[in-house]
Write a protein that binds this ligand. Structure first.
Ligand SMILES: Nc1nc2c(ncn2[C@@H]2O[C@H](COP(=O)(O)OP(=O)(O)O)[C@@H](O)[C@H]2O)c(=O)[nH]1
Ligand SMILES: [Mg+2]
Length: 244
């Protein structure tokens, strides 16, 4: 299986070298795509330096900070165009442990979208303030009830997706950012009849750099789930592209 690990970055100079290194050590057959939004701290420069000696590393550079959702959509389109069989989504900040990637791959035989889940086996989040954990946990309960997608960690950003799932989604219509984006991709995969699976992971808060998530992104996700629920009632077929 030809796999592409997609890592969106904005100001990750403290993490970028180590994360690329760690991913390629765990899964040497995979390629990595960094989607960088012109990080002022020079993240892209470091990536391009590494690219000179390793052809498994790729970069998509965008002009300005445009959000995690559209960064992944650009990465998904790249994966489809370049003929990869599956993609891995993960953050640059080591919240997602690269050592878990093979466990995600393992489930791909039976499933189409595998989620590294913080809430499937109790709660496995380390070093978050209690307020953030509460917000995330109850946001997930809320999103699950409203959308009806039976996944405990709908907002998680560590997952592995078969390319067929992405080919079946009209990517130009995926507009949500951050947590909303994660929910929307899971929702569309589920509604299109793909098989979703959660496996437990331990999520550790970042040690270097700073978080880029905002209140705006939380509110966007809050309203988005109702839009998805409405679509569910109307039958969401129009959100998928017709099979070619
Ligand atoms: N390209 C791009 N990457 C982003 C953007 N916002 C966040 N990221 C990256 O997305 C990942 C998750 O963001 P992070 O700030 O750690 O979110 P948190 O873990 O929810 O606090 C990190 O690798 C960030 O560098 C963005 O607007 N554009
Ligand atoms: Mg983070």
């Amino acid at each position: 299986m030809k796999s592409l690990v997609i890592i969106p970055t904005y100001n990750e100079k403290e993490n970028i070298r180590d994360i690329i290194d760690a991913v390629l050590r765990v899964t040497p057959e995979s390629h990595i795509l960094i989607v960088d939004d012109n990080s002022p701290d020079g993240t892209a420069r470091i990536v391009k330096e590494l690219m000179q000696t390793d052809n498994r590393i790729h970069i998509l550079e965008r002009e300005k900070k445009m959000g995690l959702g559209t960064a992944y959509v650009a990465g998904f389109k790249y994966a489809i165009k370049e003929g990869y069989d599956c993609v891995v989504q993960m953050d640059a900040d080591f919240s997602h442990n690269p050592e878990d990637i093979p466990r995600l791959f393992q489930e791909l035989g039976e499933y189409d979208l595998v989620i590294g889940s913080r809430y499937v086996d109790g709660i496995s989040v380390v070093n978050w303030p209690l307020s953030r954990l509460f917000l995330s946990y109850f946001a997930n309960v809320y999103a699950r009830i409203v959308t009806g997608v039976p996944i405990k960690d709908l907002t998680g950003g560590f997952k592995c997706i078969k390319i067929d799932v992405l080919k079946n989604i009209d990517l130009d219509r995926v507009r949500a950012d951050g947590y909303g984006f994660q929910i929307e991709i899971n929702f569309l995969a589920y509604m299109n009849g793909f098989r979703l699976k959660e496996i437990p992971i331990i999520f550790i808060d970042r040690r270097a750099g700073y978080s880029k998530m905002s209140k705006k992104i939380i509110w966007e996700a809050f309203w988005l789930v109702w839009k998805l629920r409405l679509e569910r009632f109307k039958g969401s077929k129009k959100r998928s592209v017709s099979p070619s």
